[in-house]
Design a protein around this ligand. Structure first.
Ligand code: ZN
Length: 388
């Protein structure tokens, strides 16, 4: 019956000179439409360094009603952060609840993290030397706060079951399956409450995690170690050795943190176009902190673009870095911290209210960083709209 009705309808339309809706045409009648070549999948990756919370920063963020506001701190970089498809930051301070404490054993207000998430950070790392500052409670609460907001994170887990279920972290985005692995060299002498709660920098862990990521069909593996020597402006042999090992195990990109200062970015395995396929950033520096000494009062954001071409090969096609400087200024009788795009701030000091000794420090930071990072182009992002 269905065939009869189909034939009748087809006959009527043909006789009447009408056209058959294209979606009803039998397959062999499909007109030869030239299909456009598949668009390659593209993903922009962004990496942000160590989010620190010293006591004066907590005081600066506190509002008269007892809540905490970090919007002034992040506002100038927000358009840049939002420009990435996938942005990853190291949350160096546990969200252990009140009372909030600074150095040496931190706990910071949840808003410091959640407002950074609202600004465009998609994933937080939690394995670092301050992970155990507030013991198991601090680790668990950090995870629970992020989980309650639906924020992906990696580096620490609630227990062995959680570890087995959620390590490695896989992010599905723009057609890619990105694995994010995070390790710390140690926890400041405070032992992890149990070995499954904190991911330690260890060659067996790295080997196993990368193998697991491959088995779960991850197609790009980013390893983010917390490592190196504080205040050293160059990577040491241990970092270089670990990076080499990570690539040998199958990592695609290595982005590190911890030294509180920026360390070099190395580019290796260049393709025919001269684009490096191994981008290693040894330390991005502090994203925000109360540290004011030379080299510690700013850092860099690294942004890379990866593309899956029509043959299925994933390639790095572009990379850049953005130097930023942390301004600690007085606003209405109390301190405020503003993270400023360094180049734009150097060129527009007055708009950012940066004067005198602050201007000198900003210029010095920018010069130091430009001299150190000579391998990768500086971002040309237009910050005109972000100034007051
Ligand atoms: Zn650290």
């Amino acid at each position: 019956m269905r065939i009869l009705i189909f034939s009748l309808l087809y006959g009527l339309l043909t006789l009447g000179g009408g056209s058959w809706p294209q979606r009803f045409l039998p397959n062999h009648r499909q007109p030869a439409v030239e299909q456009p070549a598949p668009t390659p999948d593209t993903l922009t990756l962004m990496f942000i360094g160590d989010v620190m919370s010293h006591g004066p920063q907590v005081d600066a963020a506190r509002l008269p009603d007892g809540t905490y506001d970090y919007a002034p701190c992040y506002r100038f970089l927000t358009p840049y952060i939002a420009s990435a498809d996938l942005c990853i930051a190291n949350m160096e301070v546990p969200l252990a609840g009140a009372p909030y404490t600074g150095y040496p054993q931190f706990s910071c207000p949840d808003n410091m993290m959640s407002q950074l998430f609202e600004a465009g950070v998609d994933v937080f790392l939690t394995a670092n030397n301050h992970t155990c500052d507030k013991g198991a409670k601090g680790i668990r609460r950090t995870i629970q706060v992020m989980d309650s907001l639906g924020i992906p994170h990696t580096g620490t887990w609630l227990d062995s079951t959680d570890y087995r279920q959620r390590n490695p972290l896989i992010i599905d985005k723009n057609g890619f399956r990105i694995a994010v692995l995070n390790y710390t060299y140690g926890t400041n002498g405070i032992p992890a409450p149990n070995p499954f709660m904190v991911n330690l920098l260890d060659s067996v862990n790295i080997f196993n995690d990368i193998a697991t990521a491959r088995v779960t069909d991850a197609d790009y593996i980013i390893v983010m170690p917390h490592w190196g020597i504080e205040y050293e402006r160059h990577q040491n042999k241990a970092q270089a050795g670990y990076a080499r090992y990570m690539y040998e195990c199958g990592a695609n990109m290595v982005i590190g943190g911890h030294p509180h200062v920026v360390q070099p970015i190395t580019l290796e395995n260049r393709d025919e176009q001269g684009v490096a396929q191994r981008v290693t950033a040894y330390s991005l520096g502090n994203f925000v902190s109360n540290q004011r000494k030379r080299y510690t009062d700013g850092g860099i954001i690294v942004k890379c673009t990866i593309v899956r071409d029509t043959t299925g090969t994933i390639r790095v096609t572009d990379y850049e870095y953005l130097p930023y400087w942390v301004y600690k200024g007085v606003c209405q009788g109390k301190y405020q911290y503003h993270i400023l795009p360094a180049k734009h701030a150097v060129e527009n000091c007055a708009q950012y209210n940066v004067h005198g000794a602050d201007s000198v420090a900003l210029n010095l930071f920018y010069k130091d960083t430009k001299e150190l990072i000579d391998s990768v182009p500086e971002s040309k992002f237009d910050f005109t709209s972000t100034t007051r």
